[in-house]
Design a binder for this molecule. Structure first.
Ligand code: PMP
Length: 431
């Protein structure tokens, strides 16, 4: 047995069985440069999934590495909430400003789950209620509270949860009863559902709604612009708070806007973030209105949150995003990718939907007639792209959506190379 196969056996022996790895023969990434990675066996790949949207700038970014090295050389690698941390405060100031939430405050944690957990804690305390509204098909994390707002039982490890959640129709249309509706009629139908859920399934004291502007794990389900504005008008009637989960959609990834929720022209009470901010280093947080953020008295729930190393990486990453205007770049390259995938879809009947914004692109596989999800085809595409040197993601309610979310630095040449591999792989497995 080769060294690589042995590693997989060791993984299976020492780690829990439910830790799902991609690919029949899982990859060990040995090095990375820009948007390309090389595995331990020397195979090279273009990374169209950016880790899991975590390597927002790609790999071996000199500016980010230098910022972390400076921190290491300064000898300050503590994690403590007891002292002032200059770069944490500066990062908070930057994120507060970028949030466009007036007088925003920021709280740092280490992951998306922790960020949502903290936001739910604030909202439920502020409103003295544990009733939450979420969207069907949502994914907000795997901690005890966030599993309780994740709208797909397959993604929740437990149904025991401290929150009391009701689920509303999401922006996903393909298999919804409203799939042929115009945008306006679709939004109106979902708003009717929201009103109905509030009136008939809650005790009238809902604390908050939490939602992803584009559902990530849910397969990049993308609601029409204005969808959440219409929701917010209903929520405002009862003082229900709105939390936008920007864990996948933040930092300009959606192209037209810096935050996904801005496509809906509303100011949320809070936004949660994580994934790409540290360019691979663990950091997450909540940014929100001061009355939301100050709603609890003692929240020392994160010893490691905002530690000097993570905030140094995050500051350098954020500087890179804004200095290079990667939001506009995501818009431009995203449109190029979208057009390319659309052309492939025209030739392949099994691709029944192409959707997304900027550098979040979902390809849904199914039967072109009755739309039955084709999970097997998605699995085959995953393997076939890997064999040809391209890493993509998978998602969707039935695991039948290929997800593409490359680093925001993806060049047009890399996009072109990735598209060629995708076309070849899809054609090979659809033949
Ligand atoms: N929210 C969203 C939208 C996510 O996609 C994820 C992770 N896939 C999370 C929250 C949870 O983040 P983490 O895995 O960092 O806890």
């Amino acid at each position: 047995m080769g060294e690589h196969s042995k590693l997989h056996e060791r993984h299976k022996a020492v780690m829990p069985a439910w830790l799902g790895l991609y690919y029949n023969d899982p990859i060990e990434i040995a090095s990375g440069q820009g948007c390309r990675v090389t595995d331990a066996e020397g195979n090279e790949y273009i990374d169209f999934f950016a880790g899991i949207l975590t390597n927002m700038l790609g790999y071996s970014i000199p500016e980010v590495n230098a910022a972390m090295k400076e921190q290491i050389d300064a000898g300050v690698l503590h994690s403590s909430t007891l002292y002032l941390i200059r770069q944490q405060i500066e990062l908070a100031e930057r994120i507060a400003k970028l949030s466009e939430i007036p007088d925003a405050k920021v709280f740092f944690v280490n992951s998306g789950s922790e960020a949502n957990e903290a936001a739910l804690l604030m909202a439920t305390q502020k409103r003295a209620s544990n009733q939450i509204l979420a969207l069907r098909n949502s994914y907000h994390g795997r901690s005890f509270g966030t599993m309780g707002v994740t709208g797909n039982r397959g993604w929740s490890a437990s149904s025991l949860t401290p929150v009391n959640t009701r689920y509303v129709h999401s922006g996903y249309r393909l298999r919804s009863p409203f799939k042929d509706y115009s945008d306006e009629a679709f939004i109106a139908a979902c708003v009717d559902d929201l009103r109905d859920v509030i009136a008939t399934q809650t005790a009238g004291d809902v604390a908050a709604m939490i939602a992803e502007p584009i559902q990530g794990v849910g397969g990049f389900a993308t609601p029409p612009d204005g969808f959440f504005k219409a929701f917010k008008e209903v929520l405002d009637e009862s003082g229900i708070l709105f939390i936008s989960d920007e864990v996948q959609t933040g930092w300009g990834r959606t192209g037209e806007h810096f935050w996904g929720i801005q496509a809906h022209d509303i100011v949320p009470d809070a936004m949660t973030f994580a994934k790409g901010l540290g360019n691979g280093v663990a950091i997450g947080g909540v940014v929100g209105k001061p009355e939301f953020m100050d709603s609890i008295s003692a929240l020392s729930i994160s010893t490691f949150g905002g530690n000097p190393l993570a905030t140094a990486a995050a500051r350098a990453t954020l500087d890179y995003v804004t200095d290079h205007d990667l939001q506009s770049h995501a818009h431009k390259i995203g449109s190029y990718l979208f057009d390319g995938v659309r052309r492939i879809a025209d030739e392949v009947p099994g691709i029944i939907d192409v959707r997304g914004r900027g550098l979040m692109l979902g390809i849904e596989l199914g039967d072109p007639g009755d739309l039955r999800p084709d999970t097997e085809l998605a699995g085959q595409i995953l393997e076939a792209t890997r064999e040809r040197g391209l890493l993509v993601g998978k998602g969707g309610l039935y695991g039948n959506v290929i997800r593409m979310a490359p680093p925001l630095t993806l060049s047009e040449d890399e996009a072109k190379d990735g598209l060629a591999i995708l076309a070849d792989a899809v054609t090979a497995v659809s033949a």
